[in-house]
Design a protein around this ligand. Sequence first.
Ligand code: ADP
Ligand code: MG
Length: 407
Amino acid sequence: MTAQTLRDLLPTASGRTIVVRSDLNCPLDEGTVTDDGRIRASLPVITQLAEAGAKVIVMAHLGRPNGTVTPEFSLAPVAKRMRELTDIPVTLADDITGPDAQQRAQQLEPRQILLLQNVRFDARETSKNDTERTELAQEIAALAGDHAAYVNDAFGAVHRKHASVYDIATILPSYQGTLVATELHVLNQLILEPKRPYTVVLGGSKVSDKLAVIDNLLDRADTLLIGGGMAYTFLKAQGYDVASSLLEEDQIPVVKDYLARSAAGAAKIVVPVDTVVAEAFSADAAHAVVTVDAMTSGPGGSDALGLDIGPETANIYAEHIAASATVFWNGPMGVFEMENFAAGTRTVAEALSKVNGLSVVGGGDSAAAVRALGFDDEQFGHISTGGGASLEYLEGKALPGIDALAK
Ligand code: ADP
Ligand code: MG
């Protein structure tokens, strides 16, 4: 069954309590939100419900407090930022389903927002024990009283079988939030009949993080462009000496298998022809561009550390991207956090921003990279808000939070 969406819920929302799971996991610095992107992205669903006359209870997590009340992971800074961004009254409960939340939920009026404290302060949220999670979900549903409904708008959490993501959807009538619906719509275009040529750009630090996605996309995409730290395991598998570059020795057999599948007709795998090698892993380390068959010694005879794809590789990748109708990019091409090793990521991002077709950026660090390098979100077809969730969806895995909504 396909899930119902916000559009189905809004006409009947007036006077009801609607529990919304949002992704408000924002970076903080000394108690202040430093990037409010997720709050801004989440507010439309919350405010539309409030404006439709609902009493809105919002659940969210922040950081990894591991089931204990941890003041540094309080949602107070998030509540403060929400108040700055909307005129609708926002109150924050001191607890999740405790006396304070209960009292505030009871006093909640239509067109008001109650944010519960960090759901991960309660160990039952992420428990592997179904009974424990169900118990928490029932307590949350009880806060909302009769005729309540649930909206999941936290795409970044849909791959988790958590109480606020999965179990509550089995208790209350459930709906996809707009963010979730949009993500699925875009990701489905990458899986079901993508427009061709379809190119996937993969980078980041480790191959082992991306094995399942490579596995699945080898049979769906036309070309895989490999960069970032994982490129060195591919190069090593092809017989190159990668010196001190990031290498996952134990993944070489798997990578060899991918290369063999590619040669036998799966997606074409393209690896770097040149690379930027540095003397050390630091922003001001001496560095040089070398071809991949000359990585043995770095600047001044040092042990070379590959920290970015080289300019020729970046141009080759940009040409592949420019010729594509669909591009999915996950994982920076180099250590973009250091300016000397950001050029490869910048060239690829630039090419992606000009794609005549669908361009999708997935992955937390990839999204951070395009923003840090000065690109606007609007320059890309879509920037996925959920790194792990979008990868798991592209791997072909079931997403518990999505499946629960469709039941
Ligand atoms: P995403 O979050 O987009 O999925 P990852 O978490 O897989 O991306 O990887 C991001 C990290 O990979 C960045 O912090 C970047 O510095 C690092 N990285 C990229 N290239 C290299 C490299 N050659 N050596 C070491 N780390 C790298
Ligand atoms: Mg990451």
